[in-house]
Design a protein around this ligand. Structure first.
Ligand code: SF4
Length: 284
């Protein structure tokens, strides 16, 4: 019996956590987190933990199956790839002739745009490259839209939390929502080890796991986030805490913003958000 340990990366999602794969006589027997991986540092989620069961599961789909019973009856027969492809092609041709190419929609996991070349090529040839849907609209499109509006580019995979000296977690919980995002893990390590530690501001009505480390946990009244943002801008401008060179060089409309923001004082925001006025000022 020979056991080999192979260093690899998990590809179940884009986190690519480092893993150690234990192979016994040519068969994988265990997958565990690689503590020496500089990003994931031993972390893996349930998907990688169950990778072996998934790989060797007797119901792993290895060939085309055709339903022979009613929907939900779970009755199938094995067919060849040729039979499957011919039948699908025939049906698609029929649908396209009858209803046009727009009758077909493609639903996929995390939308990868046309990097999923096989789907992109097929959809183009079918005459309908547009009808592609995915769960990204609730998963990440919203924060990408905000990133683009503010910075012109989606930052969610490039923000270097681990190198930041002050991080604001606003409506996000990296420990549960972005388990694949290793930059939070590295930042968390700094929160524990660094002296002085980087600053963390958590804006959340609930006391979250992340809030344990927070310099400010702002218990905001749900639905009043914009008031807090306006009051922060007010303090930052009034107390001249902003980077003047940056504003001079890169910002348009700063004078108008300066006038506009005057009325959104911390005391005004405090009444709406239920956050004490002094916490708004100090956290800004
Ligand atoms: S978060 Fe889980 S699925 Fe994603 S790469 Fe890491 S172990 Fe794999």
């Amino acid at each position: 019996m020979s056991m080999e340990v192979v260093r690899a990366a998990c590809h179940f999602c884009h986190g690519n956590c480092g893993v150690l794969v234990y192979v016994e006589d040519g068969r994988i027997v265990r997958v565990e987190g690689d503590r020496e991986n500089p990003f994931s540092k031993g972390y893996i989620c349930e998907r990688a933990e169950h990778a072996v069961r998934w790989l060797y599961h007797p119901q792993q789909l290895k060939h085309p199956l055709k339903r022979v019973g009613e929907r939900g009856e779970n009755k199938w027969k094995q067919v060849t790839w040729k039979e499957a492809l011919d039948e699908i092609a025939e049906k698609l041709k029929e649908l396209k002739e009858k209803y046009g190419p727009e009758c077909l929609a493609f639903c996929e996991g995390t939308y990868r745009s046309d990097q999923v070349w096989a789907r992109a090529r097929f959809a183009s040839l079918f005459g309908n490259p547009q009808n592609v849907v995915d769960p990204g609209t609730i998963c990440f499109c919203c924060d990408r839209a905000v990133d683009k509006a503010i910075c012109g580019y989606p930052l969610n995979f490039t923000a270097e939390l681990d190198k930041s000296n002050c991080v604001v977690l606003w409506g996000t919980r990296p420990t549960v929502e972005r388990e694949y995002d290793h930059s939070w893990r590295l930042f968390e390590e700094r929160l524990i080890k660094d002296k002085p530690k980087p600053k963390l501001i958590v804006i959340d009505p609930r006391f979250t796991e992340e809030a344990r480390y927070a310099d400010f946990w702002l218990k905001i009244r749900p639905g009043t986030d914009a008031a807090l943002a306006l009051a922060w801008i007010n303090v930052i401008i009034e107390e001249e805490l902003y980077d003047k060179d940056f504003v001079e060089k890169w910002c348009y409309g700063f004078d108008e913003l300066q006038k506009h923001i005057k009325k959104y004082t911390p005391s005004w925001a405090s009444k709406l958000t239920w956050i004490p006025e002094e916490d708004i000022v100090e956290s800004a």
